[in-house]
Design a protein around this ligand. Structure first.
Ligand SMILES: Cc1cc2nc3c(=O)[nH]c(=O)nc-3n(C[C@H](O)[C@H](O)[C@H](O)COP(=O)(O)OP(=O)(O)OC[C@H]3O[C@@H](n4cnc5c(N)ncnc54)[C@H](O)[C@@H]3O)c2cc1C
Ligand code: SF4
Length: 460
């Protein structure tokens, strides 16, 4: 260990920029064993590891780095699967720079350990060599219904199965995975990675009911009656509207509708919308990860030009720096300090341009973030064939919550106590429907910790 003196931090290699924009395949390569071992060997094995605290799952990072450096893949695989339901997913898509790697002691000029890439390697190499995560062999006579097969629901299912509790998962989409499947594009996360974990859950006994919407195809009350406990992980995917006149024009889309439609097209599944950006001028409004996914998807869908418009600057973008850099590398144009004022429609009611206004950053708000101020008289227009708004997400108002005594906060997030139990006994919740649109890793933590609390209550 301690090789940070003579070995530099090396990130996973990216595919050639021209090649990678021709398809939806992942852009990062998985480390080869030698590289993973060397990069793990840089770790200084801190007594009080900050990376462990920076990771929302409190993964056993120094321990699996040491095992990787010592070529003990079996132990590294077992450890990394102990606290996480699908480490190879988080290794790919966590904003590491803000979490584990951001907290690494070496992130002070020496270069943080490439924790995410090693985590991906351990699991990809482990699967390649036939390793599998373990589940309980002793079944107990208890069953839990999980509503939503996104990261929160899949995580809850994993940790309940490990306790010997049966699970049935109900999801309105055709495929499991939630936003891992229908939101996050394949160039960040290949869909086979998600399918492999779903298959393992099925082998461990999980029953999936896909294409079943709770509240319309099956009553919530029926599940509450039939199961010993319920976990709600329905996400928060209602796109925030801009509030501008004309936003309902047929060539104006919300980011989630756009990304889901393209993914369904790739899956060759029926879709509610028909969106074609080929040879069109696409404007994406927003500066977060979802906006980056929209611009990079438009590029792969062969749009004529793609511009991302954001009202703050690059430094103040809310998403991951890595994704902004990837988008820039791929040729996306950015226009900062620019905010939409008006959608300009033609006689057919289609948007043909956006009126924008220049902005500047003013005094900080209560949270310390600089406010955006419009610069009077700086309006200008940009032509557009397609406009995509990526302005964040609101909660979905499920009637079955209130009618079953499940209270929500002002935003609409499901209220839970320290055990993830809602205001109705025996009903638990976690992920974006509880905390608001956030991250895969936090949804996964909610699912894991809720499962542990459910097991504690059911196993007496
Ligand atoms: C475009 C995009 C890119 C993102 N990129 C990243 C990233 O790179 N890294 C990262 O960490 N996070 C990312 N996120 C955020 C992350 O995807 C979410 O925080 C996470 O998926 C939340 O998990 P969840 O299980 O709470 O909800 P979801 O993933 O939304 O899953 C909810 C599930 O519930 C189902 N459902 C909803 N209502 C019902 C019902 N009534 N009956 C049955 N089923 C129902 C849905 O079909 C869905 O499968 C991204 C989000 C988006 C939108
Ligand atoms: S789950 Fe995310 S934060 Fe935790 S070790 Fe893995 S990549 Fe880092």
């Amino acid at each position: 260990m301690l090789r940070f003196f003579d070995l530099e931090r090396i990130d996973a290699k990216k595919r050639d920029v021209v090649e990678r924009t021709k398809d939806f395949d992942e852009i990062y390569e998985v480390f080869k064993p030698q590289k993973a071992g060397e990069q793990s060997d840089r770790c200084i094995q801190c007594g009080d590891p900050y990376c462990h605290n920076g990771c929302p799952l409190h993964n056993f990072i120094p321990q699996w780095l040491k095992a990787t450096a010592h070529n003990d893949l079996e132990f590294a695989f077992a450890l990394s699967n102990e606290s996480s339901p699908f480490p190879e997913v988080m290794g790919r898509i966590c904003p590491h720079d803000r979490l584990c790697e951001g907290s690494c002691t070496l992130n002070d000029g020496h270069g943080a350990i490439t924790i995410g890439s090693v985590e991906t390697f351990i699991n990809e190499e482990g699967f390649k060599r036939g390793l599998k995560p373990t589940f309980s062999e002793n079944q107990i006579d208890k069953k839990v219904a999980i509503i939503g097969a996104g990261p929160a629901g899949l995580s809850a299912a994993t940790f309940l199965l490990r306790e010997g509790i049966s699970v049935e998962i109900f999801d309105k989409q055709n495929r499991a995975g939630g936003l891992l499947t229908y939101g996050i594009p394949g160039f960040k996360l290949d869909k086979h990675i998600v399918e492999r974990r779903v298959k393992l859950l099925k082998e461990a006994g999980a029953i999936f009911h896909q294409g079943v919407e709770v509240g319309s195809d099956i009553a919530f009350e029926e599940l509450a009656e039939k199961f010993d406990a319920l976990f709600i992980g329905v996400g928060a995917t209602k796109g925030r509207k801009s509030g501008l006149d004309g936003e309902n024009a047929p060539n104006v889309y919300l980011a989630m509708d756009f990304l889901t439609t393209i993914q369904k097209k790739i899956f060759d599944e029926p879709r509610e919308l028909d969106i074609d950006v080929r040879e069109r001028k696409v404007l994406v409004i927003g500066g977060g990860d979802t906006a980056m996914d929209c611009v990079r998807t438009s590029l792969r869908e062969k749009a004529k030009s793609i511009k991302c418009l954001y009202r703050r600057d690059a430094h103040n973008m809310p998403g991951s720096r890595k994704e902004y850099i990837n988008a820039k590398e791929e040729g996306v144009e950015f226009e900062f300090h620019s905010s939409p004022k008006r959608l300009i429609l033609n006689d057919d009611g289609k948007v043909i341009a956006l009126e924008m206004i220049k902005t500047k950053l003013g005094s900080p708000d209560a949270g310390g973030r600089q406010r955006v101020e419009e610069i009077a008289g700086s309006e200008y227009t940009i032509d557009a064939d397609i406009v995509i708004f990526a302005l964040g997400f609101d909660s979905v108002d499920y009637p079955f919550l209130a009618s079953n005594g499940i209270e929500t906060d002002k935003w609409g997030g499901i209220l839970v106590d320290e055990n993830y139990e809602t205001t109705t006994a025996g009903i638990y919740a976690g992920g974006d429907c509880h905390r608001g649109a956030d991250l895969v890793v936090t949804a996964v933590r909610d699912g894991r910790d809720a499962a542990k609390a459910i097991a504690k209550k059911l196993i007496v």
